[in-house]
Design a protein around this ligand. Structure first.
Ligand SMILES: NC(=O)c1ccc[n+]([C@@H]2O[C@H](COP(=O)([O-])OP(=O)(O)OC[C@H]3O[C@@H](n4cnc5c(N)ncnc54)[C@H](O)[C@@H]3O)[C@@H](O)[C@H]2O)c1
Ligand SMILES: O=C(O)CC[C@@H](O)C(=O)O
Length: 530
C-alpha cells in the first residue's frame, strides 16, 4: 500500500510560531528556514508544495522555475511586490495574501510617526540620554486643529483618518477612486492632489505603488506643499522622490519626514540618513504582536486549507470555483477580468456604478464569478489587495453600486459581456466575446467597434481619423525601440473620432506617451497592461 505524502510547507521569513503550529495541525510537514540567500532558496524550494513568506523572501522567476512542486505561495501581510505574480500564474502557482490582518497596526504606526515628528521625540530622546537635557531645543507643534492630507483612502488610509479625526485633526483625502458618499461617511473632505498639497500641515501616504503613484510626492509636488509640512510614508518606498525630499528637508521647506519604507530595501544607506528632522523605521509598519499573530494564523489556515482540501481564500490570481463549473467559466472570467481592467485603467475618476450585462450563452452561467472577475480587474488599478474573493466586498465598502443584467437574446455575437461605468461625466461601456468559445476578445470600446486581444503591454490612442496617422505613430514607436505586436483600429465614422489599440513588446514610457499626444490629431494616449 502506498502512503500518501503529506504536503510540505516552507516558512522562509520570520513569522509568528502559531503559523508552524497551524500547518502541523492541518496535516502539513513544515520547515522554518529563514534568512537564506536566493541561491539557497532556489536549491531548496523544489521540495515544497507551499511557501509562506513576509516581505524579505523574493519569489522571482528563478525561484519559481526551481519550484517544481510548488502549488501555493502565502504572503503573511498585504503587499506582494516581492512575488512575481504573472509568472506564478503562468506556472499555475496560487498566490494568496492576508488583507486586513495588519491594517490597524500599520495605521497606528503612521499616527505614531505623526506624533514623533510633531514633538521630535527621537532626537529629544537621543540628546536627553546623551546627558544634554535639551529643554529649549525642541519646540513642537500640536496636531489638534491641523489638517492631515491623506493620500490613499483605502483600508489603512480610512483607519488613519478615523484616528486623526479622533485627535481633532481635519482630514483632506486625495484618492481618485474615493466616491463623494464614502468621503462623507469617513468624515473627510475629498480633494484633488494640488488642493491637498496646498492645505495639509501633515501628509500621510497609503496607496499601493503603481505607475500612477510612483513618485506621487515628486520634486514638483513637494514644491506645492505648505512650508513647514510634515510627511509620513508607511505604505511603499517609491511613493516619494527621496532625493527631492532630502533637498526639501535641507532647505527647511519640509519641517519633518518619517519613512517606514524606502525605494530600496533593506535600506542600509540613504542620502536621507543623518538629515535634520528626518526619522525612519525599518519597515516596521506591520510589526506588532497582534498583527503578526493575525497574519501568521491567517496565512497558515489559507495555505493549509488549499493544500489539504483545495479551498481557495484571498487568492490574488485565481477565482474560487467548484470543479464542475470551472472549465466553462474560466474563459468567461478571463474575459470579464480584462474588460474590468480595461475600464478601470481608462477611467481615472470616481465611478458611482458599474453594470455587468451578459448576453446569449454567457447568461446560462453562474454570474457571481463573472461579476467578481470584472470587479477584480476594475479595482486592481486602485488597490494592492483586491482579489476575486474580496472584490465584491471592496466594491461595496467603497460605495460602488454593482448591477447585473442578463439578456437572453443575442445580437452580433453568440455570447457577450458588456461592462458599463457611470461617472459624473456620464455612462460608457466596453464589450467582449469569446472566439472559438475560449479566446477572450474585445469587440467594442466606448461605442466604437474595435476587435482586440487584451494582453500584455498595450497602448491606447484616441485620434482624429485622418490619413498619415498610422505612419506617424509607427515611426514614433520605432524610434523609441518599441516593437508593435498587433494593431487594432476602430472609428465612429470616416473622418470622425478613432481609437487605436496596439499590443507592444515592452511597456510604453511616459515620454513616449507625451510625444504621442503631440502628434497631429492625437487627443489622448495611455499605456495599458493586462
Ligand atoms: N509599512 C508596512 O509595513 C505596511 C503594512 C501594510 C500595508 N502596507 C502598504 O500600505 C498601502 C495601503 O494598504 P491598504 O491595505 O490600505 O490598501 P488598499 O488597497 O485598501 O488601499 C489603497 C488605496 O489607494 C488608493 N489609490 C490607488 N491609486 C491611487 C492614486 N493614484 N492616488 C491616490 N490614491 C490611490 C486606492 O483607491 C485605495 O483606496 C499598500 O501599499 C500596502 O502594501 C504597508
Ligand atoms: O511583513 C511585514 O513586515 C510588512 C508587511 C507590509 O509591508 C504589507 O504590505 O503587509
Amino acid at each position: 500500500m502506498t502512503e500518501t505524502r503529506k504536503p510540505r510547507v516552507l516558512i522562509s521569513d520570520k513569522m509568528d510560531p502559531n503559523a508552524a503550529r497551524i500547518f502541523a495541525e492541518m496535516g502539513c510537514d513544515v520547515d522554518v528556514i529563514t534568512g537564506e540567500t536566493p541561491e539557497q532558496l532556489i536549491a531548496r524550494i523544489g521540495d515544497y508544495d507551499g511557501l509562506a513568506i513576509r516581505s524579505s523572501t523574493r519569489v522571482t522567476k528563478e525561484v519559481l522555475d526551481a519550484a517544481t512542486n510548488l502549488k501555493v505561495i502565502g504572503r503573511a501581510g498585504i503587499g506582494v511586490d516581492n512575488v512575481d505574480i504573472p509568472y506564478a500564474s503562468a506556472k499555475g502557482v496560487v498566490v494568496m495574501n492576508t488583507p486586513f490582518g495588519n491594517s490597524i497596526t500599520t495605521a497606528e504606526h503612521a499616527i505614531a510617526m505623526i506624533f514623533a515628528l510633531a514633538r521630535q521625540i527621537p532626537e529629544a530622546n537621543e540628546q536627553t540620554q546623551a546627558g544634554l537635557w535639551p529643554k529649549n531645543g525642541f519646540m513642537g507643534v500640536e496636531v489638534t486643529g491641523k489638517t492631515l492630507g491623506l493620500i490613499g483612502a483605502g483600508n489603512i488610509g480610512s483607519i488613519v483618518a478615523s484616528r486623526a479625526l479622533g485627535l481633532r485633526m481635519k482630514v483632506v483625502a486625495y484618492d481618485p477612486f474615493l466616491t463623494p458618499e464614502r468621503a462623507v461617511e469617513m468624515g473627510v473632505e475629498k480633494a484633488d492632489l494640488d488642493t491637498l498639497l496646498a492645505k495639509a500641515d501633515f501628509i500621510t501616504l497609503h496607496t499601493p505603488l503603481t505607475a500612477e503613484t510612483k513618485n506621487i510626492l515628486s520634486k514638483e509636488n513637494l514644491a506645492k506643499t505648505k512650508k513647514g509640512v510634515r510627511i509620513v510614508n508607511c505604505a511603499r518606498g517609491g511613493l516619494i522622490d527621496e532625493a527631492a525630499l532630502k533637498e526639501a528637508l535641507d532647505s527647511g521647506h519640509v519641517a519633518g519626514a518619517a519613512l517606514d519604507v524606502f525605494q530600496t530595501e533593506p535600506a542600509k544607506e540613504s542620502p536621507l540618513f543623518g538629515t535634520k528632522n528626518f526619522i525612519c523605521t525599518p519597515h516596521l509598519g506591520a510589526s506588532t504582536t497582534e498583527a503578526q499573530v493575525n497574519v501568521a494564523l491567517q496565512v497558515a489556515e489559507q495555505l493549509g486549507e488549499y493544500l489539504t482540501t483545495g479551498g481557495v481564500t484571498n487568492a490574488l490570481n485565481v477565482p474560487s470555483l467548484s470543479a464542475e463549473e470551472a472549465p466553462k467559466l474560466r474563459p468567461y472570467m478571463a474575459l470579464a477580468e480584462r474588460l474590468g481592467s480595461l475600464v478601470g485603467q481608462l477611467t481615472p475618476s470616481a465611478v458611482a456604478r458599474i453594470s455587468i450585462h451578459t448576453e446569449g450563452a454567457a447568461t446560462e452561467l453562474n454570474a457571481k464569478p463573472i461579476v467578481a472577475a470584472v470587479l477584480c480587474g476594475f479595482l486592481r488599478v486602485q488597490s494592492a489587495t483586491v482579489n476575486m474573493v474580496n472584490a465584491p466586498f471592496l466594491a461595496k465598502e467603497r460605495g460602488l453600486e454593482v448591477r447585473e443584467v442578463k439578456t437572453e437574446k443575442t445580437g452580433d455575437y453568440h455570447t457577450l459581456i458588456r461592462v458599463s461605468v457611470k461617472t459624473e461625466a456620464g455612462e460608457r461601456s466596453v464589450a467582449g466575446t469569446l472566439f472559438s468559445n475560449a479566446e477572450p476578445r474585445l469587440v467594442e470600446l466606448f461605442g466604437i467597434k474595435v476587435e482586440a486581444e487584451l494582453t500584455g503591454d498595450m497602448m491606447y490612442i484616441v485620434n482624429e481619423d485622418a490619413p498619415g496617422f498610422i505612419g506617424r505613430i509607427g515611426t514614433l514607436l520605432g524610434e523609441n525601440g518599441i516593437n508593435i505586436g498587433t494593431f487594432n483600429l476602430g472609428r465612429r465614422e470616416a473622418g470622425g473620432e478613432a481609437v487605436l489599440l496596439l499590443s507592444v513588446d515592452s511597456p510604453v514610457a511616459g515620454e513616449v506617451l507625451d510625444a504621442a499626444v503631440k502628434l497631429p490629431g492625437v487627443k489622448r494616449a495611455k499605456a495599458l497592461a493586462f
